[in-house]
Design a protein. Sequence first.
Length: 149
Amino acid sequence: MDRKDPKLRQIWYQERIPVVFRQGNSKPLLVHLPPSPDNREWLKADHRKQPKQIQQYKCWGTPNSWFKDIIKDALEKYRSVYVIQTYRTHQKCAPACWNATGIDCECSCMGENHGSGNPIGKWYIVSDTFAVSWGEKQYSCRLIVPNTR
């Protein structure tokens, strides 16, 4: 995480809403939770491995494969969760994102159009998928709340 970005720092260190930082590749998730004595047990849930406490960032490290479980459980317990992740400036949004049913969104809309159907009037559809070159890696943050539809 870019320690110099004041907005990301403010979100990371607030203590009301959980924050999940997706570092990418095979690096572990970093999970910052509101203070509670049962955070380790809550994070572990039904998984075999124990979450690892990372004092430097005041958070827990977990395998990437726990992402969906953590998001689902955080929405149930806390009613919202921040996700910080990297994205690249040349990514494009596409029908694959608009028609998605899961919570993973890695395109440049950063979840704004995710699972929304066709956001009428915003996009000219070239194809369902296409390739682009990758730009500089940047960080984004989105707040996920339960779907009330």
